[in-house]
Design a protein around this ligand. Structure first.
Ligand SMILES: Nc1ncnc2c1ncn2[C@@H]1O[C@H](COP(=O)(O)OP(=O)(O)OP(=O)(O)O)[C@@H](O)[C@H]1O
Ligand SMILES: [Mg+2]
Length: 272
């Protein structure tokens, strides 16, 4: 792995237009999970995606990751389809449950995707740099069961980064962590992102986390999810914990909250 910190952003632009997903169920029933979702994610930027439970956030991520096929619309990642991006291993994914292999060490887990083939190989120097990047030096030989929740998430993020991705997709990676650990992880994630400048899309239920990390916060409507509002976060970088007490930060959090609560109310009324 060479040092990319002095180079142009490593990431690719993601262009999503008119995206829709209908899940078919038995006897002609169906769920429209996502509808007419359009969004541009600039190369090397950090975007947070927030919205009511069930509004289709994970579905959007899974379509970008080529795990689900869109029913309508287009996704372009640097001019290529999600399938082309996935098969060339240019995608890093980490979900809420880190899904590490319990019998493998930290090293073994991080190395796992590159053992599966694709365009990437990872040598000893790469691994050492990656483990250092996520702050796990000294734990290379530990098994997941010997690590804390936050450390397991960092292994999952290192594993996602091990394929030199151009796009990093994170689906509530810190949802299971306590507030304090979560804020520490947010600082770590910011540092990792700043070092690699991978185009990153983070799904989160935390408004402060969404604002703290992002260049833009995308608030989704109730299901079928579409973009309700895009809020630019023009706070200076690097973001600091102290910044979270400023009026500027609170102002942006208020804006996200207002749109989110409107979406949430619509979601609840939809259920009632
Ligand atoms: N594989 C599937 N088959 C059928 N329906 C699905 C499937 N996956 C998701 N859905 C439905 O699509 C809708 C959107 O689900 P999705 O998981 O994308 O929401 P979400 O915004 O990620 O929610 P949460 O915040 O709770 O994680 C939900 O109504 C869900 O029941
Ligand atoms: Mg989800």
């Amino acid at each position: 792995m060479h040092d990319r910190s002095t180079e142009a952003p490593a990431g690719l632009e993601i262009e999503i237009s008119g995206l829709g997903k209908r899940y078919d169920a038995a006897r002609g029933a169906y769920t429209d999970a996502v509808s007419d979702f359009s969004l541009t994610i600039p190369a090397g930027s950090f975007t947070s995606l927030i919205g009511p439970s069930g509004c289709g956030k994970s579905t959007v991520l899974r379509m970008i990751a080529d795990i689900e096929t869109p029913t309508t619309g287009e996704i372009s990642v640097g001019g290529q389809t999600p399938s082309q991006i996935r098969t060339s291993s240019r995608l890093g994914i980490a979900f809420q449950e880190p899904a590490l292999l319990p019998w493998r060490s930290v090293l073994g887990n991080i190395r796992f995707p590159s053992e599966l083939g694709g365009r990437t190989s990872i040598d000893r120097g790469d691994l050492t740099a990656l483990i250092d990047l996520v702050g796990l030096t000294g734990f290379e030989r530990s098994r997941p069961g010997q690590l804390s929740g936050g450390m397991r998430q960092r292994v999952a993020i290192a594993r996602a980064l091990s394929v030199h991705p151009d796009v990093l997709l994170l689906d509530e990676p810190f949802g299971a962590l306590d507030e304090f650990t979560r804020q520490k992880m947010n600082l770590e994630l910011q540092r990792i992102w700043a070092a690699r400048r991978v185009t990153t899309l983070l799904v989160t239920h935390s408004i402060t986390e969404a604002v703290f990390l992002a260049d833009q916060v995308v608030v989704m409507s109730a299901r079928p999810g579409r973009v309700a509002e895009i809020i630019d976060v023009d706070l200076p970088r690097p973001r600091t914990t102290e910044m979270m007490t400023t009026d500027d930060f609170h102002h942006i959090v208020d804006r996200v909250s207002r749109t989110l609560f409107t979406s949430q109310r619509a979601a609840l009324e939809g259920v009632a």
